[in-house]
Design a protein around this ligand. Structure first.
Ligand code: NAP
Length: 251
């Protein structure tokens, strides 16, 4: 029987590329994000290109009640859940802590931390019923190191890394694998959302070769494809042009 993967934040970037790759590898999908029309188009595209079923549901992951309602609405589908890809997330702003906007902090904390934590807790009763379930958390190199102007975004991703460790310990012996993926610079809508300025967003990747969302999707698929006794706990993936969080080679 085909496996079912729930991917949060599948309307763009890493989530969308992962949806495309898992679809091509025979997974049925449950895709989420806030953009309803985009989800509908993706369902149409992926079902036309692959012999799989795609379910979609739009909601705001940063709101606890919306996460709970999503679970209630999709209970029947979730009964077959094997894989959870906790991908939805964002950065807002690059201001120093002393002058940053509290609204930006709230958005990052509610989405990257609370949204991911709540979705994991709410999906676990379903994942525990399937043999060999797998949770993939999309953290970041910002979950391993900190850079100026990124104090709060980095804090949220450090929280994801800590949560992944805690999950592995609490689920120990249940055969559920937990993989924490930490990408460096990936060219997606991420910088447009963070900087709210398309020109400045383009400059982030200027003169260097960033990772593509397909690179991260490939790493996610590879983690899923390992034999059941192998758990890729952490994966740190930088572009060759990026030696550390704030050391980027540009031509
Ligand atoms: P992206 O292209 O901006 O995609 C972000 C996805 O998250 C979108 O599908 C968006 O969907 C969804 N999302 C954001 N806020 C949401 C909310 N409140 N409720 C529901 N869905 C929400 O960025 P990306 O680079 O693919 O980011 C994916 C993950 O990778 C994030 O967790 C990010 O922190 C992480 N990451 C990115 C990079 C990078 O350089 N790009 C590096 C390391 C880690 P809607 O807009 O439709 O809601």
């Amino acid at each position: 029987m085909a496996k079912l993967a729930l991917i949060t934040g599948a309307t763009a970037g890493i989530g969308f590329s992962t949806a495309k790759l898992l679809a091509a590898n025979g997974y049925n999908l449950l895709l989420t994000g806030r953009r309803e029309e985009r989800l509908r188009q993706i369902k149409q595209q992926l079902e036309a290109e692959n012999s799989i079923q795609v379910h979609v549901d739009s909601f705001d992951i940063s709101v606890r009640q919306e996460c709970e309602s999503f679970i209630t609405r999709n209970k029947t589908t979730l009964e077959g859940l094997n894989v959870l890809v906790n991908n939805a997330g964002l950065a807002k702003g690059v201001d120093p802590i002393q002058s940053a906007k509290l609204d930006d902090w709230e958005s990052m904390l509610d989405t990257n931390v609370k949204g991911l934590f709540f979705m994991t807790r709410l999906c676990l009763p379903f994942l525990e019923k399937s043999i060999g379930s797998h949770i993939i958390n999309v953290s970041s190199v910002a979950g391993q190191w900190v850079y100026p102007g990124g104090g709060v975004y980095c804090s949220t991703k450090h929280a994801v890394s800590a949560f992944s460790q805690g999950l592995r310990m609490d689920l120990h012996g249940k055969g559920i694998r937990v993989t924490n993926i930490c990408p460096g610079l990936v060219e997606t809508e991420f910088s447009k959302v963070r900087l709210n300025d398309d020109i400045k967003a383009e400059e982030v990747y200027k003169g260097m070769s960033p990772l593509t969302p397909e690179d991260i999707a490939a790493s996610i698929l590879w983690s899923l494809q390992q034999p059941q006794h192998v758990n890729i706990q952490e994966m740190t993936i930088f572009p060759t042009d990026q030696a550390s969080v704030n050391l980027v080679h540009r031509t």
